[in-house]
Design a protein around this ligand. Structure first.
Ligand SMILES: [Zn+2]
Length: 264
């Protein structure tokens, strides 16, 4: 587990707008013909390097490079609008990332990270979502850590009135809605092409997908603790393969009228 990623998860949970929380934002009606807006969130940045590979390579560098490549690929399809929480190597607070998603009325929030596991032989991507069930170990750990000391990203100082309003109205709903569909689409698109950790998706309660609004997923693209994964993530061609699979997964998601709410 990447401690910095874990801090990110804890921070989103503190905000009440974790994966499930963002997914619970009220369904909005896009104007006819308005393309879905995808908010890409390259993890870490600035003074927060994220996970650090044994040779000193930073997670924040990989997340930004991959997100920029994904942005280009998504725009190239002509099907989406794309925004990013950061486009350079600078620090953005967790609240700032959430606020950006809210302000942009994002239809999808994809937070991009790299893992760093204690076992260096483990490699592969994994996809993290939250639900009120919190039946998976990771979600339980997040809850357990909620009151722990601040992570590198710090405790969000103050929730904006807009976010506070959403939190108030969604306090119960937010924990009932997950983003498993997108996670499954990503896992499916990666299958046999991108290495996956065993049990790569942290399953949510699919019953809560009856009213998804913003699917939100935290993607661990691989493990910087594994030499093969580090080489893969630092290799442009391999990143392009990952980006192509992600583009396919997002396409699948938005092609499903029951989930994607594709603009007319
Ligand atoms: Zn991370």
């Amino acid at each position: 587990m990447c401690l910095n990623c874990d801090a990110t998860r804890r921070g989103f949970l503190r905000l009440g707008l974790g994966a499930a929380g963002l997914a619970a934002l009220p369904r909005r009606t896009r104007a006819a013909g308005l393309k879905p807006l995808i908010m890409l969130d390259p993890g870490h940045g600035g003074h927060d390097p994220g996970a650090i590979a044994p040779d000193g390579y930073y997670e924040k560098t990989i997340t930004l490079a991959t997100a920029l490549e994904l942005r280009g690929a998504l725009l190239e399809t002509g099907r989406y609008r794309v925004a990013m929480t950061r486009m350079t190597d600078h620090f953005v607070t967790l609240q700032g990332r959430v606020n950006l998603a809210v302000e942009h009325q994002a239809d999808m929030f994809l937070s991009m990270h790299c893992d760093h596991l204690p076992e260096s032989n483990l490699r592969g991507a994994s996809i993290f979502t939250l639900s009120n069930k919190a039946s998976d170990k990771l979600a339980a750990a997040v809850a357990q850590d909620e009151n722990n000391a601040d992570g590198p990203s710090g405790t969000p100082a103050e929730v904006s009135p807009q976010v506070a309003s959403i939190l108030a109205s969604l306090e119960t709903r937010a924990t009932k809605i997950g983003s498993a569909t997108l996670a499954d689409d990503i896992a499916s698109a990666f299958s046999a092409r991108i290495p996956l950790l065993p049990d790569p998706t942290r399953s949510a309660n699919f019953a809560v997908l009856r009213d998804p609004s913003i699917p939100s997923t935290l993607l661990e693209m691989g493990c910087l603790s594994n030499a093969e994964d580090e080489r893969r993530l630092r290799n442009l061609e391999q990143r392009r393969l990952l980006v192509a699979r992600l583009t396919d997964a997002i396409g699948r998601y938005f092609s499903d009228p029951g989930q994607g709410q594709v603009a007319g």
